[in-house]
Design a protein around this ligand. Sequence first.
Ligand SMILES: NC(=O)c1ccc[n+]([C@@H]2O[C@H](COP(=O)([O-])OP(=O)(O)OC[C@H]3O[C@@H](n4cnc5c(N)ncnc54)[C@H](OP(=O)(O)O)[C@@H]3O)[C@@H](O)[C@H]2O)c1
Length: 240
Amino acid sequence: MQKKTVLITGANKSIGFETARQLGRLGYAIWLGSRDDARGANAVRTLSAEGIDVRPLKIDVTDDESVRGAAAQVEREDGKLDVLINNAGIPGQMVTPSQQAVDDIRNIYETNVFGPIRVSQAFLPLLQNAGGANIVMVSSGLGSLGWLSDPDNQFYGVNFLGYNSSKSALNAVTVALAKELAGLGIKVNSADPGYTATDFNGHSGYRTVEQAASGIVWLATLDEDGPSGGFYFDGAVVPW
Ligand SMILES: NC(=O)c1ccc[n+]([C@@H]2O[C@H](COP(=O)([O-])OP(=O)(O)OC[C@H]3O[C@@H](n4cnc5c(N)ncnc54)[C@H](OP(=O)(O)O)[C@@H]3O)[C@@H](O)[C@H]2O)c1
């Protein structure tokens, strides 16, 4: 029987890399997405040395041609994809909302919102071929309007217009795709990995990449009875 396959975008380091490692240990065949060949090859070497079944896949989520090429390669080699994890993301400038340049916000949306839309659309035929596929959007607690508007929430004061609203928009994408794809047996969920020590935040986060990846892996491995169209942190529902 063909192994289950998973593509993780932005998996050459940090949360995406650890997610690849954890799913590899569970027996998945990994497509390790990286926009840079050398960084992808390095990451593949590390996981291969740990005994994980992993192949590099060059994919820049902001680039139509790159995404189409990646989907064509997976089609040629496997003909299906069981799990898609839209993990690649950027923070943009950390400035006050009234000072953030529209160009910077557009740039953030290109990666964090249009990227997952572009990749999900391109891989949809392969996800359909798998039967019972899962899509996971790596969102953020900073995309939760419920948390951000609650003065008692720890993230209330983290007021970044571009990044936070990009993750709220990504959550809206989750809801829209989940509704459409339910009829095809494809589940779509958002994961909040929590504030995690990575290059993303100069390693200021208080969670480990192992903790961050585990909630993503839970959603990636849901069976047909699992939920769809939800937003979760460590398996618990996060308010939209
Ligand atoms: N760290 C946190 O506290 C935290 C909290 C909540 C949510 N998240 C979310 O978790 C995800 C991963 O974050 P992280 O902390 O692991 O960040 P990270 O350390 O900065 O890693 C981001 C990854 O995304 C890749 N990437 C960026 N732009 C890309 C593009 N256009 N195409 C393909 N890959 C691209 C990067 O590739 P390069 O190496 O080539 O730059 C890198 O592999 C993001 O979506 C982030 O918003 C993080």
